[in-house]
Ligand binder design. Sequence first.
Ligand SMILES: Nc1nc2c(c(=O)[nH]1)N[C@H]1C(S)=C(S)[C@@H](COP(=O)(O)OP(=O)(O)OC[C@H]3O[C@@H](n4cnc5c(=O)[nH]c(N)nc54)[C@H](O)[C@@H]3O)O[C@H]1N2
Ligand SMILES: Nc1nc2c(c(=O)[nH]1)N[C@H]1C(S)=C(S)[C@@H](COP(=O)(O)OP(=O)(O)OC[C@H]3O[C@@H](n4cnc5c(=O)[nH]c(N)nc54)[C@H](O)[C@@H]3O)O[C@H]1N2
Ligand code: SF4
Ligand SMILES: [Mo]
Length: 730
Amino acid sequence: MTTTRATATGTATGTATHCPYCSLQCGMRLAPTAGAVPVEVRERPDFPVNRGALCGKGQNAAALLAPGARLTTPLVRDIRVRDIRVRDTCDSALARATPAARGELRAASWEEALDRVASGFAAVREQHGADAVGVFGGGGLTNEKAYQLGKFARIALKTATIDYNGRFCMSSAAAAGRIAFGVDRGLPFPLADIPRTDCLILVGANPAETMPPALRYFRELRENGGTLIVVDPRRTRTAEQADLHLQPVPGTDLALALGLLHLLIAERMVDVDFVAERTSGFEQARAAVMAHWPERVERITGVPVAQLREAARHFGRARTGMVLTARGPEQQSKGTDTVGAWINLCLASGKAGRLHSGYGCLTGQGNGQGGREHGQKADQLPGYRSIEDPAARAHVAAVWGVDPQELPRSGRSAYELLDSLGAPGPQGVRALLVMGSNPVVSAPRAAQVSERLRSLDLLVVSDLVLSETAQLADVVLPSTQWAEETGTMTNLEGRVILRRRATAAPSGVRSDLWVLKELAERLGAKGPGGEGGFDDDPETVFAELRRASAGGQADYAGISYERIAAEDGVFWPCPAEHHPGTPRLFLDAFATPDGRARFAPVSHRPAAEEPDEEYPIHLTTGRVLAQYQSGAQTRRVAELSAAAPGPFVELHPRLAARVGVADGEPLAVVSRRGRVVAPARITDAIRPDTVFMPFHWAGPGRANTLTNPALDPTSKMPEFKVCAVRLEVS
Ligand SMILES: Nc1nc2c(c(=O)[nH]1)N[C@H]1C(S)=C(S)[C@@H](COP(=O)(O)OP(=O)(O)OC[C@H]3O[C@@H](n4cnc5c(=O)[nH]c(N)nc54)[C@H](O)[C@@H]3O)O[C@H]1N2
Ligand SMILES: Nc1nc2c(c(=O)[nH]1)N[C@H]1C(S)=C(S)[C@@H](COP(=O)(O)OP(=O)(O)OC[C@H]3O[C@@H](n4cnc5c(=O)[nH]c(N)nc54)[C@H](O)[C@@H]3O)O[C@H]1N2
Ligand code: SF4
Ligand SMILES: [Mo]
């Protein structure tokens, strides 16, 4: 791998870089050590977002760099995964056979592994067509990797079949933001604006566990006299810090937001001048909320009318205000409409497009923002361009040195892609490259997704560790990690930051960029260097990304590694080198064609699966502090595993008494998709009609065995946050 200029920026106290995990992208320094773990994490107080503070995941991030903790060689299987089970049942001598003959993964050279992948993809393409080879990316990949992966799919594989795990993350907020404002950027302002607003409503977000260093901003808001309102079915550690906690039934946020707007209108708190000057569509939205009077909203949401009034008055009367959503209201089959309703509340009260006011989404993965801008999304080309837009196709095709006609069209969304794996006929995807995701644990209706993955002709997984998905692969490619490679990430504020290489990778490991270059060459795409090629030097790839994004919504043309280093990151859009970047969006106009924000004419509808006699309880899912996502990384870190060793079912004492389960006893949770068992954790912090499970674990306690893959019609986000279950003492 080529060393970049920025990589050389080490100092006496270590290399300035960022955490490998969440979208806060906390600044940290990495100092070399003499031990098996080659660097140690140090504070970096000069980085403004976290000012030196790190959560336990960041503090322990270096543990996975040790050779013993991760993959260090490619792995291949001599018998395809899809054939193993057949042999299992009919070959009684199998148990005595060698691991290779049993179809287990064995170490291989890079040559062998890459040849297997390229020839396997080519064979599937030959037999079933280009769209039968799929790509599944991740929001943890750097901008350079996400860009190169999208380009690899479109011009090396020539497939339309590419999507990524960000579809499971904030796609509903992205869709609603684009509809309302004309552009989607998680936060339209820096985090540092939060303490300056008068009233903030935090909807279905638990930053105390998911972004601890950001809690400071909410604390400062209250110290400055502002009001914090938290909407969550659980009294989380975040909710405990709020002035007002609304505790709705899962899946009812849409009714709640409409009810608040109803009260705003009824109590004459609408900012009529703002509505007239800067928005469109108010009358339709107003007509839709008329049916959401407070008593009806109380019946749907379980939030008492008095609390609804209190929240509406705080927000309506405040001079400035913000609404921030995270996965609670977004991961619903009506997530786009729900976020639209919360945006309506901001628009009606004049709390958008003004200093210290606005709607924002707390993105989740390290590059949740950038990962959705540069082309690993099914419908998208770099710079947040639409793949169906002829001008966008022409621009990107010119950068890639191909004919616009050659670019595939829009493909299918993440769950639809996973659900089509191995299916017969022209819709079936027969081979898949997974880079940066572990869907065996994190996808909805996960048992079915695992079966689909097993039915592929060829499953290729690039990962740092042998994740549950990698365990099903025919070929596993060991990737370098954050501290071993350079690249940019875009944090939840739209701030493009630079991760720097701080240490060498073990000798058997290669970067994802190198893998894509090697595969592209084997597949007959152009070689490295120059337009249309696949380079493995991140700074060279970033230079091409800048050109590809130029003129698009997410315009990175003026951002360089040098500038990022000198300026604590640069906010997009940044169309030219002399442009200062854009920390705050929409102050002058929204990004819609007429410059006005659009109200969403939305009405409440129930969740795809409501409780009934057979499945009387709501299940919702989410996160705990010490584990990250599918747990592939954090479950392998001793300190984190000790802090959060396994799954659990959170339930209210009254529900526990009804079911007859004591704290710590195994409890079975059953949905229409499957059954899991995990210890009961009894707490009065949760609604008595709801149970909560974290989704970080595989095996018998895997929450996603239960979840419902009902999709939002616009964003195609699965309904992770609500389904119906019954409880059984097992
Ligand atoms: N420790 C840790 N931190 C992380 C991650 C991690 O895995 N672990 N992942 C990162 C990523 S990718 C993401 S996306 C973010 C997610 O960050 P958050 O969105 O803060 O995390 P979640 O726990 O998924 O959901 C937040 C809250 O939504 C509530 N909730 C559940 N159902 C509903 C509902 O119907 N309505 C409302 N209003 N609330 C509901 C849950 O009780 C939960 O407290 O965290 C990032 N940070
Ligand atoms: N029930 C339920 N399910 C959920 C959610 C929920 O709230 N409830 N949340 C959803 C959300 S918001 C998200 S974001 C998804 C996330 O779910 P996943 O997509 O499974 O996310 P991770 O566990 O982060 O998986 C990333 C994988 O890529 C590897 N990896 C990390 N960096 C790199 C890299 O640079 N290159 C390569 N090749 N590999 C890398 C890691 O080791 C890991 O195995 O889960 C979703 N699933
Ligand atoms: S809050 Fe997020 S970025 Fe910061 S240290 Fe923790 S996991 Fe890393
Ligand atoms: Mo996420």
